[in-house]
Write a protein that binds this ligand. Structure first.
Ligand SMILES: [Zn+2]
Ligand SMILES: [Zn+2]
Length: 155
């Protein structure tokens, strides 16, 4: 929402020493005569704190101790089991997490991580037993790093 300087609010929220308060601009008239931005922010914060307390009380009354409570069904029609922390739907959260886990980006990331792990394992010290393929890989990787370093220094 657009904001602008307006009259000082009843709580004297002076905006950067201008002697005026930062207020929301009323859409219709285009003037900064809406509520004070700082007041609104404080009220929202208090409100959120109160809502959370109410959720905590609900959870307790339901005899739960898992950080969840039985609330109203969500807009997707889930049972209404919600987190005390932010009131979000447990089923929706689960679904969202599953979807991110299955997204192509996530899969590609996992593949890259595995590749790196395998390479690191191959490059671990091999003093107990001599593996020619490991030694070759180690040689290859260290010379690749040397070359990269040289290239970087040349620039
Ligand atoms: Zn204010
Ligand atoms: Zn839901």
């Amino acid at each position: 929402m657009a904001t602008g300087l307006g009259n000082l609010c009843p709580h004297n929220h002076d905006h950067e020493g201008t002697g005026m308060s930062l207020r929301y601009i009323v859409k219709r008239r285009g003037t900064a005569t809406g509520s004070c931005v700082v007041c609104r922010r404080l009220a929202n914060k208090k409100n959120r704190g109160n809502q959370r307390k109410a959720r905590e009380a609900k959870s307790k009354a339901q005899g739960r101790s898992d950080g969840k409570y039985q609330g109203t069904p969500c807009k997707r029609g889930h049972s209404g089991l919600r987190y005390v922390l932010d009131g979000s739907c447990v089923a929706c959260e689960c679904q969202r997490r599953r979807e991110t886990a299955q997204s192509p980006q996530r899969k590609e990331y996992e593949r890259a991580r595995k590749r790196k792990q395998n390479l690191n394992r191959a490059l671990e010290p091999f003093d107990e037993e001599f593996h020619p393929e490991r030694a070759a890989l180690f040689e290859l990787e260290s010379s690749r790093r040397k070359i990269l370093k040289l290239v970087r220094e040349k620039r």
